[in-house]
Design a protein around this ligand. Sequence first.
Ligand code: C2E
Ligand code: MG
Ligand code: MG
Ligand code: MG
Length: 280
Amino acid sequence: GAKRAGRNRYRFFEPGMTLAAQARMALEMALRPALVRDEFELHYQPRIDLRTMHVVGIEALIRWNSADLGRVSPGEFIAIAEETGLILPIGRWVLNEACRQTRRLIDRHGRTIRVSVNVSARQLAQPGFVDDVRAVLADSGLPPDCLEVELTESALIEDIPRTAAMLDELRALGVKLAVDDFGTGYSGLAYLRRFHIDVLKLDRSFVLQEDGRISAFDFVKAFVDMAHALKLSVVAEGVETADVLDFLRAADCDEVQGYLMARPMPLDALEGWLAAATEN
Ligand code: C2E
Ligand code: MG
Ligand code: MG
Ligand code: MG
């Protein structure tokens, strides 16, 4: 790859561009044809009920294996996909692939599993987004309550009346709604009153930080109590140690996700994992 594509790519580099700007440009050039070249794949990370320790869902996480650049993490390319608008076709592909694969997983596994799909602000702002979701559910045959859409706080605060109306439409379809990376933004809690959210995903930084006036435990416990009072369930992400798991159980958190239980994995590995997990 790199040599073959190199000649074309370099025409876009202007003299005087910084290295960072060149790297960003290379990434963008490689990203444009990635979908038609079939370079994306979804990995899935199990989500576990903290009381029963049974798997209740999976989160779809995109993986890109670029012919030109090799493996590139979503942390490196999602922001560029958002800026360029490429997130729209990529996001549609993710939604479609996640629903189709989960439908087959449910058929083979014989148990209900909910799939969570990350949706960026740009996708949510598309007028046709709800129609896309409706069409993908119909085409895949996935029951609507087996789909959860994960949104970030920044996606929720852009145009609140419009977003509230859209989320109501999604909910009317039966789709579940989660706020991802909750607490890392600066939006405060006011928007929670405006939207019918089902799940808050607590960012991993919350359980790790012991540098404040209030202990991490007291903070998370108060947060979980508040969420429960608002009829929201709480998922903690990034659980890596048994200590953190105990901490979250004591704080009455509902579900957990993290390397301690399982890493994100390709579909075939997930099937093996699910089969082994349901044996006991
Ligand atoms: P996210 O939605 O908050 O996903 C959780 C991230 O934490 C994932 O990183 C996951 O692999 C990682 N993770 C899971 N368990 C642990 C753990 O125990 N320890 C640590 N340190 N990390 C853990 P990943 O897959 O690199 O994705 C990063 C972000 O990229 C996601 O954060 C999400 O915001 C975005 N993203 C991923 N896939 C998609 C997608 O299909 N569409 C959109 N719009 N964004 C996506
Ligand atoms: Mg997520
Ligand atoms: Mg998150
Ligand atoms: Mg995160």
